[in-house]
Write a protein that binds this ligand. Sequence first.
Ligand SMILES: Nc1ncnc2c1ncn2[C@@H]1O[C@H](COP(=O)(O)OP(=O)(O)O)[C@@H](O)[C@H]1O
Ligand SMILES: [Mg+2]
Length: 252
Amino acid sequence: MNTVLEVRDLCKTYIVNKRQNNVLRNVSFTVNEGEMIGIMGPSGSGKSTLLYTVSGMDKMTAGEVFFCGKNMSAMPEKELAAVRLEDMGFIFQQMYMMKNLSVLDNIILPAVKSAKNRESNKKIEQRGRELMKRLGIEEIAGNDINEVSGGQLQRACICRSMINHPKIIFADEPTGSLNRASSEEVMEELTKLNADGTTMMIVTHDVKVASRCGKVLFIVDGNIKGDYTVDSSANSRDRERSLNHWLMEMGW
Ligand SMILES: Nc1ncnc2c1ncn2[C@@H]1O[C@H](COP(=O)(O)OP(=O)(O)O)[C@@H](O)[C@H]1O
Ligand SMILES: [Mg+2]
């Protein structure tokens, strides 16, 4: 089993008004290829910060992160940016789409910008359209970003996160702004992607969403308080029930 992400003693400290806030304290864990890891924990416990630092979007204060064996802590920013663009996908609510581009152009932007990608723009556009079709939003390809619903926009974000065939996708509350039905559909797609081999790290408050993961980490005050392996042989209702039970033990 190949290791995609190895996190060792990761610390992240923010300094605001000369006050230190130790948001992540010696966090260590490993993500293997093909895994789907759920991250849960109270609001403010450091879940988003964890995604930002392990993906190199934000600098770590101490510790080491290895991505496919490469030490990201020692990587120059230019190289980090290329890794993020070419090998990682992001589904972050606060990562807004470009307002002056159509939905399709937003989706294909990471591929157009990739120096590694030798495809013609026509080929990239075709792949973008195929992804949109797969997510059921092909009809909004030419729309402006503000002409689509929340659920459609979230699906568009998923398309964009997939366009460069990333090794890992980081998702921060991917269903946070969706109703139950859209949430189920989006999770269905993410689960399929994972089944096709894409490794995933998903922050969520939703037990239903987390119960689709193979493993769940519970974060409290910037530490992993516990981890839980979901019984993949159980049906969805039993997985949810056992996960709920464990979360209650964790003080959820
Ligand atoms: N850019 C930042 N600057 C300063 N403090 C931050 C920043 N981002 C997050 N924090 C602080 O880090 C803590 C954890 O935040 P966050 O990772 O967003 O938690 P979660 O996603 O679990 O709700 C909070 O106390 C928050 O105020
Ligand atoms: Mg958060």
